[in-house]
Design a protein around this ligand. Structure first.
Ligand code: MF3
Ligand code: CO
Ligand code: CO
Length: 263
């Protein structure tokens, strides 16, 4: 496997792309409410991204028809924005990838429409905790299996399951590059991290069984048992002594700076 190490110039571009991707998720929150369609959310994000001099990387990616992914309720990932209206109690992942000045920033967040149920809130929280637990471990010398195991154990200890068919990835000038970042596994296995690597962690956690089903549109991934699914994603840079969250949002600053500096 050939994992690229970014140059200082590339890292600056990754920072800019990451910041823009994060700002899309910050911007779109106020529009997520009952009655809005995911297509309308897609339009708003598309305009914001292109107005900022970037390209929405999902658009036309292997034929994907829209600019963001909107994955609602039992949709695991790659939901296609469409004319269906969001309703009170829906949960939704919005996944944004921008290409700015040749480099990608990739990040996703869970939104709740109106008032969430206790059960969906818990799924969303545990999934985010599993991402944060992994992020706080990242530094040179750590192996991919070390944090994959932590993600899996955290989700499974709450009775949830980890999706195996889709994973995180190296990222840079190429949207999806080596290595594959799976969210289950065994400590002490897998490639070692080195300073200058950039990759995403993006666990998909199902309330029921881990199995998925691909819809006939060739994109939409659902839980096979129709249980709810949640996902959170950040783009990360391995630094000399830890990690930089390139897609950090303001709302996370406290939470994640504490998480990272406590380690
Ligand atoms: N953003 C997704 C990821 O995290 C990939 C979406 S590809 C698309 O890797 F074509 F479905 F948009
Ligand atoms: Co993504
Ligand atoms: Co990704």
């Amino acid at each position: 496997m050939d994992i690229s190490i970014k140059t200082p110039e590339e890292i600056e571009k990754m920072r800019a792309a990451g910041r823009l991707a994060a700002s899309v998720l910050e911007m779109i929150g106020e529009y997520v409410k009952p009655g809005v369609t995911t297509e309308e959310l897609d339009d708003i994000c598309h305009k914001y991204i292109t107005d900022h001099g970037a390209y929405p990387a999902p658009l036309n990616y292997h034929g994907f028809p829209k600019s963001i992914c909107t994955s609602v309720n039992h949709c695991v990932c790659h939901g296609i924005p469409g004319p269906k209206k969001l309703k009170d109690g829906d949960i939704m992942n919005i996944d944004v990838t921008v290409k700015l000045d040749g480099y990608h920033g990739d990040t996703s967040k869970m939104f709740v429409v109106g008032k969430p149920s206790i059960l969906s809130e818990r799924l969303i929280r545990v999934t985010q905790e599993s991402l944060y637990e992994a992020i706080k471990m990242i530094k040179p010398g750590v192996r991919l299996g070390d944090f994959a195991e932590v993600i899996q154990k955290h989700a499974e200890s709450h009775g949830y399951s980890i999706v195996r068919e889709y994973c995180g990835h190296g990222i840079g000038a190429v949207f999806h590059e080596d290595p594959q970042i799976v969210h289950y596994g065994t400590a002490g296995t897998g490639e070692e991290l080195k300073a200058g690597m950039c990759f995403t962690i993006e666990p998909m956690v199902n309330a029921g069984k881990r199995h998925t089903k691909l819809m006939k549109d060739g994109w939409t991934v659902l839980t096979k048992d129709r249980s709810l699914s949640a996902q959170w994603e950040h783009t990360l840079l391995v630094t000399d002594d830890g990690v930089e969250v390139l897609t950090l949002r303001a709302e996370e600053q406290d939470q994640l700076s504490r998480v990272i500096s406590n380690s």
